[in-house]
Design a protein. Structure first.
Length: 580
């Protein structure tokens, strides 16, 4: 209304000179009056001057008002146009179907819940009230919560897994690669197949993001149902046990980063920089919850320090991992043979797959890693590990402490040769490193004099990954090689003195020389919506074989055919991208 009144007033003022001119012309026709009033013209002009000045002032004021209103309208139009463009961009983003499935075993989980790396550029959080264009994200990702200045994102999916094995390994949906059964006449395991359906790989957890004094803080918790099975787990009720997987906090400010908690060990191959987020880690695409034979990894307590270059094209990290000196027995790996005279004393000092809290570890395992990424199509890692071992023995009645150092190195590469097609290789070799190869090799043997000798071992997982629209295909080769390490047991009373250690003639057929697995598989995204989650269908086929150093059951290498099918629903939710 104010603008309308101003326009009418301006039109009235603009018409006044015309009215004044018409009035003057009428006065000229009245000759007598004009003559008689000629003497009074100067006085009238003098009186009109102040009135004209006031009118001119009002006109200027009104014109200023009109210009002000016009500028305000232009500003509002520009703001409305910008908001419309943001809304159109958001609608386009929400309606777009991702071209690639995620490159993690948790498939859509990492893309929806954990794909945002710590190194992402600073942007306004998705649930910030200061960004109207982001309001739609709150509605699309209803499971992202904001409490105070922290953003909480659920992490989880529901899995239904079916597995068929040509022999009965007795290990559920996770394969014990080191104990593939032989086909013998006196055991059912090598002669009968097995079929299982299971939900234990389902995940539940959360991620917390917050900015604290210009530092990006992430808290992460993840659990599954692969804990210790109760006695009634496969009868009337599957009472699967909840198990902790990850529980850590990470703080990054600028290029520096510190992490503490139970995490994917720094030794685990990465896909993207140096990051603890599952979406940035390589642990294969396998459905098998024990992943691929030959993969070196750990989910253990760790204190990590990282420095990222300003360009984020390289990062260097050092980690202190919780130690555990190990002599076999986990993941189906064979245990060493101890000296008969030291067995009772030494056994509790090393983890044999059953030992819990008696192992006298000397110091943390020290891991260093350099990651280089000149482009997003090329990822290279170089690193190494140093480990310490110790024991206490009685030799001729006198106590003796022995200490030994072990270690190794790794080289990993992940290269996108062309869009959607990647070639990768991950390689690890060293002395006393078996613990990190899924326990498929012991770390050390103990000699008759109580001294410790590390076992040399190496492993690889190499292969290809192909993404095409909503389909993902992969093929891997995984292999483990374990060198023999043995000596004569001088503490034995037998004649002749037997051999002890690992990989000697006549050793148990659980002491493997090689373990190999070839795998192909797919991951098909059936449906995905940021508001409601995603549905994926996956398949895996693997051929697994192991070759012991000594075979006393007919000479046939143990081999196994496995097929997995998996249906997965992933919860919706999207973590915010905060500052570095």
């Amino acid at each position: 209304m104010r603008l309308f009144a101003a326009v009418l007033l301006s039109m009235s003022i603009a018409a006044m000179p015309l009215l004044a001119r018409n009035a003057g012309e009428t006065g000229k026709e009245d000759t007598p009056a004009a003559a008689s009033s000629a003497s009074s013209v100067p006085d009238k002009l003098t009186a009109v001057k102040p009135e004209a000045s006031a009118i001119e002032s009002e006109m200027l004021e009104l014109r200023s008002l009109v210009e002000e209103q016009r500028a305000e309208l232009e500003s509002q139009r520009a703001a409305l146009k910008a908001q419309q463009l943001r809304m159109e961009a958001l609608e386009e983003k929400l309606s777009a179907t991702p071209a690639e499935p995620v490159a993690t075993p948790s498939a859509v989980t990492a893309a929806i819940a954990t794909a945002t790396p710590i190194s992402s550029a600073a942007v306004t959080p998705a649930t910030s009230a200061a960004a109207p264009a982001q309001k739609g994200d709150d509605e699309v990702s209803p499971l992202q919560l904001k409490i105070g200045s922290a953003y909480i994102t659920p992490v989880g999916f529901m899995d239904f897994t079916g597995v068929f094995r040509s022999k009965d390994g007795g290990s559920g949906i996770g394969t014990n690669f080191g104990s593939v059964p032989f086909k013998t006449s006196n055991a059912f395991a090598g002669n009968l197949s097995e079929l299982r359906e299971n939900m234990q790989n389902s995940r539940i957890g959360f991620r917390v993001d917050a900015m604290v004094h210009d530092a990006h803080v992430i808290g992460y918790m993840e659990a599954d149902f692969l804990g210790n099975n109760g006695g009634n787990v496969a009868v009337t009720s599957n009472s699967n046990t909840l198990r902790s997987r990850l529980y850590w906090v990470d703080v990054r400010r600028g290029g520096w980063e510190v992490l503490g908690g139970q995490t994917w060990s720094l030794i685990t191959p990465g896909r993207n920089g140096i990051s603890p987020l599952p979406g940035d880690i390589f642990y294969s695409q396998d459905i098998d919850v024990n992943y691929q034979a030959g993969l070196f990894w750990g989910r253990i307590p760790e204190l990590r320090f990282v420095y990222h270059l300003p360009s984020d094209k390289a990062a260097f990290a050092v980690a202190l991992d919780s130690p555990e000196q190990y002599i076999g027995g986990s993941g189906g790996g064979g245990t060493i043979t101890l000296p008969s005279g030291l067995s009772t004393l030494v056994t509790p000092e090393f983890n044999n797959g059953a030992t819990t809290l008696t192992v006298p570890n000397l110091s943390p395992d020290i891991i260093a890693k350099l990651a280089i990424e000149p482009t997003k199509r090329f990822h290279l890692e170089l690193g190494g590990i140093e480990r310490q071992f110790k024991d206490y023995v009685l030799i001729s009645g006198a106590g003796q402490t022995n200490v030994k150092t072990g270690g190794g190195g790794f080289f990993n590469a992940n290269v996108e040769l062309f869009k959607g097609f990647r070639v990768l290789t991950n390689n690890f070799i060293g002395d006393g490193i078996g613990r990190y190869i899924f326990g498929l090799a012991p770390d050390v043997i103990v000699r008759p004099d109580g001294t410790i000798s590390p076992i040399k071992a190496g492993s690889t997982v190499s292969g290809i990954e192909l993404t095409h629209k909503n389909s993902f295909f992969y093929a891997y080769y995984g292999g483990v090689y374990i060198e023999p390490n043995f000596s004569i047991d001088t503490t034995s009373s037998a004649t002749p003195k037997p051999l002890i250690g690992y990989g000697y003639a006549g050793s148990a057929n659980s002491q493997n020389r090689t373990i190999q697995e070839e795998t192909i598989g797919f991951n098909q995204t059936l449906w995905k919506d940021a508001k409601y989650g995603a549905l994926n269908f996956m398949g895996q086929y693997s051929y697994l074989s192991r070759n012991p150093w000594a075979v006393s059951t007919g000479g046939e290498d143990a081999h196994l055919n496995m097929a997995f099918l998996n249906l997965r629903y992933t919860l919706p939710g999207s973590a915010p991208t905060l500052g570095k």
